[in-house]
Design a protein around this ligand. Sequence first.
Ligand code: MD3
Ligand code: FE
Length: 208
Amino acid sequence: GSMDLATGAVHVPDWLDLAAQRELVTACRAWARPPAGLRTVRMPHGGEMSVRQVCLGWHWFPYGYARTVADGGGEPVKPFPPWLGDLARKAVAEAYGRASTEPYDIALVNFYDAGASMGLHRDSDEWSDAPVVSLSLGDTCVFRFGNTETRTRPWTDVELRSGDLFVFGGPSRLAYHGVPRTRPGTAPPELGLTGRLNITLRVSGLDG
Ligand code: MD3
Ligand code: FE
């Protein structure tokens, strides 16, 4: 069954069966290939994120979106396939128990190797309040869900496992969150995946 972590933050463990997980891993591997493939995100003050990322539909950079790989070679970003939008609406429908007609048009795929982590942040670069859909594949991680006011406590740590769905909408849409660590070696062996993948599906609120 699903669990509400906060209003609008719904965790559905084991939402994807193994066959669906394998299909998504295969798709992520294809998206990771150049051009406009996997890249290291550079922060404006010179740091690099330990998580590597590939974008579909819109290219994310700190702090905005573009149609080309702004911090790479300027290649056009890969298209967002319609089936991912269908999957996002189905995820929202099942997590919230109501239909979704939101125009999902962005996928951000994060690749975590054994030492990778993501600091506490808010996702505020989208011009839409549509829920963010998160799908986890591979190694288990510790996911930290904070509050909407400060980057400090209170927060709650939950484990996200391969196949889990999380939907973040309503008052949780702008909550601070991060991934302090993964648990290397915990991926289901049948996936043939080293590390962790997270796919977030979003509505840009941008046109075209
Ligand atoms: C809560 N990704 O890509 S997924 C991100 O596991 C990101 O790679 C993490 O944070 C990951 O921005 C966490 C869970 C998640 C995603 C988006 C959210 C939680 C969220 C947006 C708003 C609130
Ligand atoms: Fe985020």
